[in-house]
Design a protein around this ligand. Structure first.
Ligand code: PLP
Length: 425
């Protein structure tokens, strides 16, 4: 796979370089220089999820990882099911939350972890990440017990839900969690500061496992094919994706660029509606970020959007007819949660928002698929206040509910973090 830095197209890197570096010069995103069509999509759709995903990823990545090695990587990264239950004759859920951290981010985080382990040159490697909740759990589980890799996750003390904390701060082993006595921005600042110290970076082999890493993106292409395998007519299928940083939508568009012939894709956002307004007016005019009940999508500067535009310009996707975007507010999201529940489906707020956008937009002769990005139990507070139900805990949460939190606590202070890092070796 040959990738270019979108900001400096003359900067070319291989897949392994892009995975190891994360970002290019001037914070430019790496993106494939070109896409080739898959030779036989109907045949591919007959394969099981893991075999098909290995074929797709091999098509995208090329020979930097051998076919057989890639099959092993995919089998261990995607070792949990993808479900596609039908709501009625024309609408399906694409459930992506059956992994260890109960959110779709497991796909990208686990595949990236395997790629890093593959490309790692044997020196020290430390994944240092800040989280406001969900990403930390996906990253922690993805690297847990990976030989030779240490994981350090910073999170704002008392500002993530108790169950979120239990999901990744109880693992131990090579996963080190640090509660910072401040907010998420302070955590992110500490991570940035660490990356600015060349000596520390070299000594620990720091990598951020950032969400813009190309390995995370290509992994997410695979489940669009799983949905396509379950519908009756791909050509009439419309996807609806709850969107924040627009990584998931980008992956869906990449699936189209390599030949999955679905009809169109909807990017559903909450009140942070920079993209829907941009597609309407042509003006990029971000407002300050607002807090909503779909907090994983509280993003007003979606960092993958340059890749979406690249798919339209360099790669020639007809974005005007292919991509639409709508914003729904919290009230509409709560109505959607109730409506879905009345139809027998308990959905987390992000999922419900995507369903509502689909329900509004899908036409008579079309089929709809909405992406279910988190398990409802991850957002049980919102569901219990919206629905008057008690949400049962899945086994993953039940298992850790009474486990001890292993995090250390530090002030928002770089020297304190350095001390914690020094203790790692
Ligand atoms: C991260 C996240 C999203 C947003 O996905 P993007 O790829 O950033 O658009 C949606 N729902 C949930 C539950 C998430 O964790």
């Amino acid at each position: 796979m040959q990738l270019i830095n979108i900001k400096h197209p003359e900067d070319r890197v291989s897949f392994s370089q892009a995975v190891l570096q994360g970002l290019g010069r001037d914070q430019g995103l790496y993106f494939p220089e070109s896409f080739e069509l898959l030779p036989d999509v109907p045949m591919l759709l007959k394969e099981d999820f893991v075999s098909r995903s290995a074929l797709i990823l091999h098509h995208l990545i090329g020979d930097e990882i051998s076919r057989s090695r890639l099959e092993q990587i995919v089998a261990s990264a995607f070792d949990f099911p993808v479900e596609t239950p039908a709501l009625d004759h024309s609408v399906r859920a694409l459930e992506l939350f059956h992994g260890p951290s109960l959110a779709f981010k497991d796909f990208g985080a686990r595949f990236m972890a395997q790629c890093l382990a593959e490309f790692h040159d044997g020196g020290p490697m430390t994944i240092l990440t800040a989280t406001s909740g969900d990403t930390g759990a996906a990253v922690a589980h993805a690297y847990y017990q990976q030989p030779g890799i240490q994981v350090v996750i910073l999170y704002p003390r008392g500002k993530i839900t108790p169950l979120q904390e239990k999901l990744f701060c109880t693992l131990g082993g090579n996963v080190h969690t640090i509660a910072v006595d401040s907010d998420f921005d302070a955590c992110q600042q500490l991570v940035k500061q660490s990356f600015e110290e060349p000596e520390l970076k070299r000594e620990l082999g720091l990598n951020s496992a950032n969400s813009i890493n190309i390995a995370r993106l290509v992994a997410q292409v695979c489940y669009y094919f799983e949905a396509a395998a379950s519908v009756s007519d791909v050509r009439q299928t419309v996807f609806s994706v709850p969107s924040g940083n627009f990584g998931n939508v980008t992956a869906g568009l990449v699936a189209r660029a390599i030949g999955l012939p679905y009809k169109r894709i909807i990017a559903a956002t909450n009140a942070n509606d920079t993209v829907p307004r941009f597609l309407d007016s042509g003006e990029w005019d971000p407002n300050p970020t607002v807090t909503t009940i779909t907090n994983a999508m509280d993003v007003s500067l979606p960092n993958n959007f340059p890749r979406v535009l690249e798919l339209g310009s360099r790669h020639g996707l007809p974005l005007r007819s292919l991509l639409s975007s709508f914003s729904l507010d919290d009230n509409q999201t709560r109505v959607a949660i109730r409506e879905l529940y009345a139809r027998g489906y308990l959905a987390d707020p992000h999922t419900a928002l995507a369903w509502a956008a689909l329900d509004r937009e899908v036409k008579e002769h079309e089929e709809g698929v909405f992406l279910c990005t988190a398990h409802p139990a991850k957002f049980l507070e919102v569901l219990e206040e919206t629905l008057d139900v008690v949400v049962p805990l899945p086994p993953e949460l039940e298992a850790v509910r009474h486990e001890k939190i292993l995090s250390s606590t530090i002030a928002s202070d770089f020297d304190a973090l350095k001390q914690e890092l020094a203790a790692l070796h």
